[in-house]
Design a binder for this molecule. Structure first.
Ligand code: SAM
Length: 189
């Protein structure tokens, strides 16, 4: 498997087109904001928001451990992601010249939350290992970081597989929107 999907002209991954279009709409709601994607892999989901983020001055943080992925057949996951990022063009252009739109953070999904102040992030998109324990710990770590008026997205929100659906419902209530398996919960207060 190649890290770049030549048919779709995007990074390889399992994020669906309708989910990508919804993610793009969410980014458009937060001009000049801050988006943290936790669980980036090769950058497929990120590819849907990068053009909007460059255009609207949105700062993006990409968090992942870039765990080796068997499907990549020995290729280094972080190096493959960085090559994909170059290919997608990760810079915004300002009057003062190019600015990097994406900050890469190689850290555990729970630990990485410590470097963001509470109430400082407009959108957090969570897409890691989907186990019950980790999803609980990730929500506990990241939900306080979301601004009032911001939103938290959960990929693989479903009730028949993994634990994201049940944990989100228990801890935050039913999502405000679900598109295929991408759920959004808005922070009202
Ligand atoms: C389902 S993939 C993400 C897919 C990606 N959003 C896309 O569109 O292709 C899950 C990612 O979570 C990362 N991951 C798993 N456990 C993690 C952890 N404890 N901390 C940080 N990243 C983790 C893996 O390295 C992997 O890249």
């Amino acid at each position: 498997m190649s890290a770049w999907d030549h048919t779709l002209n995007r990074p390889f991954g399992y994020f669906e087109e309708a989910e990508g279009q919804f993610y793009k709409q969410v980014a458009e709601r937060h001009p000049n904001g801050c988006i943290v994607e936790v669980g980036v892999c090769l950058g497929k989901s990120l590819s849907y928001i990068l053009p909007v983020c460059r255009k609207l001055g949105i700062q993006v943080y990409a968090v992942d451990l870039w765990i080796p992925w068997a499907e990549l057949k020995g290729e280094n996951t972080l190096e493959a992601f960085m090559a994909n990022l170059d290919r997608m063009g990760s810079k915004s252009w300002t009057e003062d010249g190019p600015v990097e739109a994406v900050t890469v953070i190689r850290k555990d999904s729970v630990e990485a939350a410590n470097q963001f102040p509470d109430g400082s992030v407009d959108v957090i998109h969570l897409d890691t290992d989907h186990t019950r324990d980790r999803t609980i710990r990730e929500i506990d770590a990241w939900w306080p970081k979301v601004k009032v008026g911001g939103e938290m997205l959960f990929h693989d929100y479903r009730q028949d597989l993994w634990h994201v659906g049940e944990v989100v419902d228990e801890k935050l209530g039913k999502p405000d929107e679900v598109h295929v398996c991408l759920a959004a919960v808005r922070k009202k207060a």
